[in-house]
Unconditional design. Sequence first.
Lengths: 359, 367
Amino acid sequence: MDVLYGIPLIGLLFQLIAYLVQVLPLIAPIIVVLATPIALGAMCGFMNERSGVVNIGIEGMMLSAAFTGWVAAATMTALFPGQTPIAGFFGATPALVVGLLVAIATGMLVSVAHAWLSISVRADQIISGTIINIVAVGATGYLNILISGTAPPTAGSFRAWVPPKELMDLPYVGWLFDAFLNQGPIVLTMLVMAVVLQVLLFRSRWGLRTRAVGEHPKAAETVGVDVIRLRYRNVILGGIFAGLAGAWFTLEYGNSFQGGMTNGRGFIALAALIFGRWTPIGGLGAALLFTSSEAIGTAIRFQPPSGELAQLGDLLSGVPSQVFSALPYLVTIIVLAGVVGRSLPPAAVGKPYQRESVS
Amino acid sequence: MRRTRVTALAAVVAATSIVAAGAVSAQSPGEGWKVGLVTDVGTLDDRNFNQYSWEGAEQGAQAIGGTATAIVTQGSADYNKNIQTFIDQGTQVIVTVGFALGADTVAAAKANPDVFFIGVDQGVCIDENGDNDGTFTCAGDPAVLLPNYQGVIFAEAQPGYLAGIVAANVSKSQHIAVIGGAAFIPAVKNYAEGYAAGARSVNPDIKVEIQYVSDDLNKAFNDPAGGKAFAEQLLSLHPDIDVLFQAAGKTGNGVLQAACEAKAANPDVWGIGVDVDQFLSTPENAACILTSAEKKLSNAVSAAVQAAADGTSVGGNSLYSAANEGIGLSPYHDHEAAVSADVQAAVDAAFQAMAAGTLDPLGATAP
């Protein structure tokens, strides 16, 4: 190895690979878990934008769902104490399941409002999303102050599904199973749904119609697709993903609500959506790229490359950690600028549809 | 011990109010005053820094017979605008919460000499013209130039030091950590370095990881999920760390949650809270919060509001430290068994030494 590491410049690359091999298995579970709300938010955006509706209110939808899900679960816990987690089922309690359902319902309800404003009222969709974001911050913050006057309750949180130990102990690939499968129900749902949506988009009638409505609604209407109805349906179904992302904050990864806790991840989800070229798998990949860049930057601070890799360590210690935080967004800008292939939004996105026959 | 400290502080506050009552016979000079509070980026319900400052403002307003309102700052660009909103409303006392609001508060205090300003965590530092001094030369005399601006500062290194003593004593691996929000906030840095010094006073060879989350204030103090991930990553790369002290607001609440989940696998893991008694303020993580490095925010803000009303406020800094019972360690609550009497004696001795001025937590390294 020393020989490889000693090569000028390319040796550094080998050192970098060696360092990643060393730390990635340790930090991969965290990368996947942190990518979850971003990927789910991107899926919500995907459902909206592929059908021609801009949604920048994902952040607000997540925050609302995080709050209502937590309130429902905590209230259930307070009303019916002594709930035992269902064994082998993610440590779920009835309270947590109710909270999860309430969070999903909240995501869908807020989406109904967004759909009505964007599709029926034909309001400016950017404004609609902005309103959702502002109202969500204010309403959840205010209600949280009202509630936290009494002791702030918690409903606990979902536990990880622990895959068979033999799987995680496999040489070379075991850590991947650990990272992707040793996770809670919302993370696993996200992983499954990314694949399912991808297949549906390009291999199903629904997918074809959705794409048609997003690209050229008039053409879709002439062949008999009900544009308004499909847009409504997709926007409301998209709310499920925002609701799941919200529940991740208070019922899976976190265990209580704190004001503004989504902290901009709904907007990063939009960047992931664009970076992933408006596909679910692409959005997941972008989310993983974003979080791994940050996590690797953090790992370098916690455990700088040393020993054989000291040369790399010296080099990296000169790089401010902000560079790693900024890296994903720099790449997004580069992608948007068309340097690494073009990323084009659906042609009809943001344009309210109006039937010509309406007169 | 805690009880006596609270009583002593109550006595200090009571003394202030007696002075107020003595100065003006008929009614409090602050009767009907409006007290306005501008938070740092974050929320009023952070169950921490902003929230307890707000409670202090409310208590102070109540004590002088006035009313209190708050504006929650959404972004650091709004500090100035939010302060101005209160000035336009004819507010008599404006409390700004957080080091980051210091420059805007100084500018507002200079432009509005009739309004009292109280800056929590803001060490007053001005040049000869009464402008904020970013170089920290502090050539101007605040009592002359800005008598209407009272900086409320805490000796955070002291409670950090006390927390460090406890941490070093309960750590089985002698490898502990502190996660601070942002390194450029002096209060955070003081907590962290006091903690390291306190731990080293017990065992000079103890390994202390000092890590700061981000220079982005939202990530540093407002992101529990990010804080939890940060702590989990630290624990995955250094699995032997068994005490985590947080100085990162809501981000730090995520750190405490990470400590709680690590405790499920290793019962020796502990978290230590910050600013307020987090065993009470964040009960969802109470199972692993051994103690908290506290600054008595609400008492300090309340006292400063009352001092402004009764005219005893002279500008400059008022420092809350061990000497005036302005800081301390929170009680251990359910975890008393984890802290032996010897450890408590060491904590008490350090507290007394700091109160007497014989121990500087950031001074010469311990033998």
